[in-house]
Every structure is written in C-alpha cells, then in structure tokens.
Design a protein around this ligand. Sequence first.
Ligand code: ADE
Length: 466
Amino acid sequence: MKFKVLTLFPEMIRDGLRTSITGRALENNLIELETVNIRAYSQDKHGRVDDYTYGGGAGMLMQAQPVFDAWQAQVSGRKTRTIYVTPQGRLFSQSYAAELAQEKELIFLCGHYEGIDQRVLDEVVTDYVSIGDYVLTGGELPAMVMIDAISRLIPGVLHNEESAETESFHRNLLEYPQYSRPEVWHGQKVPDVLLSGDHRKIAAWRLEQSEGLTRERRPDLYAKYERQEAVIQVLSREKRLHIHMIESLRRGRGEVIFWKDRAVCVYDPDYRLGMFTAAPGKDAASQLIAAIPQNILDEMKYVLTTDIAIYRELADRLSGDKIRIVSEGRLACYTQRTFLPVKYKDIRLLKDVDLEYLTAHREWQDADQPAERIRAKAFYGAYAEQRLVGFCGWLPDGRIGGLYVEKAFRRQGIGTSLEAFCINRQLEMGFVPYGFIPKENEVALRMQGGMGLYLSEGHVWWLERS
Ligand code: ADE
C-alpha cells in the first residue's frame, strides 16, 4: 500500500509515522509513505497558499490552484482514491479502514485554516472522512490516525500475536480487561480465573467482561452485537449449511446486511462476498434481494447462496451486469475441538520464494491472490525430497481450500495431512474450520467424512460477477 499525503506540514506526518509499528512497516516496505508539500506548488512569490473567504467570515482558506497542482502531480492520469479529512466527512470506522486497506494507493489531502476552496475538492476528492465529532486544527492528525488504522490491516504489518486484537473489535465488542505481573498490586489481585489455566473458563470470562463493558460504555455497539448473536442463533438451526455465514460473523469478517425470519444476507466487505440464505421459493428470494442496498450489490464480486433462486433474482436485479454460476457443492465443517492427527510431518508455512509454485499449480480467482495469501500467512506446503510437492491453506473468506499435491506424491496421506494441519491451525485460532467442496469432487467428498468433518445436506452455489 502506498500512502501519499498532501500537506503543509510534511515533517509532522513523517515524524509521526516513522516510529513503532508503522515505522517497522515502512522499513520493511510493507507500506510506502510519500509526503507532498502543497506550498511547493504555490505560484505566489511569497509562497502563500491561503486567502480570505468570499462572502466574509473569520479566517483564511486554502486556495484551489496549489492544492490542485500538488494533487495532479501525484495521480498520473488515473483517478486514485483521494481522501479529504474534514469534520464534515463520513465517520471513520474499523470497517471503513478495512475497505480502504484493499486499495493499492491512497491520497490524503490535509486542510488547514478554515479549509479548502470547494471547487478543487469537487474535482479531486472521492471520500470525505471525519475521525470524530470534534474539530482539530488541521488534517494531519486525522490522516495519521487513518494511516495507522489502515496499515495494521495490511498482511504482515502486525505479527501473528498482535493481530487478534482486531477480531474483538470487529465482533462489535470492546476488548476485555487484561492483567500482567505482579499478581497483587496496590492490594488488588488479578481475577482468579485468569490464573486457573482453564482456557474455556478464561474465554467465557473474557466474553462476559466484553459484553458487560460494551453494554455499559457503547450501547450502540452492543445493539449491533445482540442482533448479530440473534442471527447466529437462527443460522445455527441448520449449522452445517450456514457454517460459512456463522463463521464469517464470529470471526468478525461479515456484517449482517439483512435479516427477517429465515432470510439472511451477510456481507464480507474485504473479500466482497455476499452470503445469502432464505426459505425455499421465489418469493423469499426476491424479497431478500429487494432488501439489499444497491451500493452493496454494486460492490459484490462473489456470492455464496444456499438457494439457487437467489441466483435468478440477482441476475434480474443486476440487469446488464453478468453473474455466473461457478460451482455447486456442499459445505464441510469440523465441529470438534480436538486436534486431528497429522501423519505427514514435513509441513511448513509458505514464503515469498514459493509464490511461483503456488501460482503455477492452481487456478486463482485473481492474479494477486497467491501473493496475498502468502503475506497473510494462510498457506502451508508439504515438502518431500527437499522440495515443495503440495500445499493447502485458507482463502480470504476463511474457508479452507486450495489443496494440491503433485501426482507422483499422491496416495501417501499428504493431502489429508495438509488439510488436517490447516484445520488444527484454525482450531488454535478459535475457529470452526470449514470448506466448500464442489459436488463433482468425489475424492474430496469421501476424504471429509474420513477425517471427521460433517457435510451439509443441502447444496450451496458459488456465483461470480464477470
Ligand atoms: N480536520 C479537523 N478536524 C477533523 C476531524 N475531526 N476529522 C477529520 N478531519 C479533521
């Protein structure tokens, strides 16, 4: 991700971001930062960039010309997403950060004084964003806040042990209280349960604390959380068929876009995956699709539906836009908590050098996906004769998939071990592992049962926008 910041105070941005985690990410080239001094584009002989406002009023306004020229020097013809930070913007949030983290490049425009001439904003800005209902003296701090929040979502920026933090916020709950040594401080003891070593009890205590805190301090978030839990309950009546929706919500990826009776739409904005389920029949499907906001339908790239009637409704609603059925299949989930045996031992996390192998031996949904999966630490390889001979991992929505083993190394349990390895990794992360199996893949269908996975009775359909 490349951040370009147009500002009158470039050193403030550079100084602010060069320490701590963003500093490390810059050093490791996981993010790039370019600051552009708007004053360098002033045509005034004294380098002025501001003037009085027409119609009167206190304070000065940044003029259109230097801002436009500074912006134009950065965009090279293409319209790059350009964010103007302003108290008059859309409120910044975790999900907005996740959306922006998908871009390859972002331009931030930082205003000062009373703001910037509206005419240049109309020409260049794609997003007006506020970081909160208060007024700061300039746009530099908000731009830095946003760059920090976006950067930590870029794969590799946070180390594994740091990244879990995001999940709890995504689930619409505030983080539970935490304690470190000493056990007693100022006469206050660390809660007993945290010293018990009983991980299930600890998890239950933390959830209870999170719920209590959120209810008290953020009733708005708590209402969302309650609704999400209610939807999970409805989906859980047919758990195997809805495991992808349940896990998407539980892992903090998906949001409930619509829910009425048995009709639910969960949307994963990162992966642009819409997940639909409804009572059987045309009416339920058409009511569900009619209830989805147009901007979400426009953005959606993939669809996973438990009812083929949804496909026809989508095809109607997206007239002009093509949507096609990629695959019909079933979901398989592993609902136990015990680790699976992994017979084949030489399995390791894939690295950048394995990219070529990963790209060559599988069809990917898009060209960037294998590199992105490696960065996300989501793919593992099996090694034999000192080289890579197969791999498996999880895809951006979290389902386990992409299993491949070279022909000469099949029938030795490598595939089963790779899949079991990935299942175990996901169990460690607290997930219920699941996958999608195309109905024609009989080998895979048989393998799931043998490993203790449960198949959904009903079918699901993968759709893709072209
Ligand atoms: N500029 C000044 N105040 C701001 C705020 N709250 N959010 C974004 N930009 C700003």
